[in-house]
Design a protein around this ligand. Structure first.
Ligand code: SF4
Ligand code: SF4
Length: 163
């Protein structure tokens, strides 16, 4: 059995009852525990697009990591991602504050770290994982292609408003 075959998309909110309501308004990112940290991810999948750095700016492409599930916009190998994908980045404070910015401007971690509130479509605000998709803030339904076999990433650069 392949690792990705055992991926459970419903596990994402399994620990929601373990955290304080609206914990993100009471704690800084630095103070959050692992459960809180993981729940902050909105599940948009946009950080799993391949990117290029051109003249000091990050350009997103519409090519995605081969382990991204395009329907749920979740990683199919989340617990094993760093073993399997050498350039998969951990979303830590350093990554969030890196310049040039490589996380999308809707990323919940980036928003909170820069003094913004979570948007109403964030699953923690709505109480539903699907709200990020319904608001069209995730990759679901977009024109994206798997990175497998792609070499000329320059031809896939996109300029979406929410990147
Ligand atoms: S961009 Fe941010 S909020 Fe969206 S999937 Fe990546 S880490 Fe989660
Ligand atoms: S391995 Fe990393 S880049 Fe690939 S889908 Fe999973 S989290 Fe995203």
């Amino acid at each position: 059995m392949k690792i990705e075959d055992s991926y459970d998309e419903t596990a994402r909110f399994a620990k929601l009852s373990e955290v304080e309501p609206r914990f993100w308004e009471k704690k800084k990112l630095e103070e959050m525990n692992k459960t809180e940290w993981e729940l902050l991810c909105d599940g948009c999948g946009k950080c799993c697009l391949n990117k290029l750095e051109i003249k000091g700016k990050i350009k997103f492409t519409n090519t995605h990591c081969r382990f991204l599930d395009c329907q749920t916009c979740l990683c199919k190998i989340y617990e094993h991602r760093f073993e399997k994908v050498s350039d998969c980045r951990d979303i830590d404070l350093q990554a969030i504050r890196e310049k040039p910015r490589w996380l999308p401007k809707t990323c919940a971690y980036w928003l909170l770290d820069n003094g913004y509130d979570l948007p109403p479509w964030h699953p923690l605000m709505s109480g539903r994982a699907d709200s990020v998709h319904e608001a069209k803030m995730s990759l679901k339904g977009r024109n994206i292609v798997s990175e497998s076999g792609i070499e000329d990433y320059e031809n896939y650069i996109v300029d979406w408003q929410d990147l």
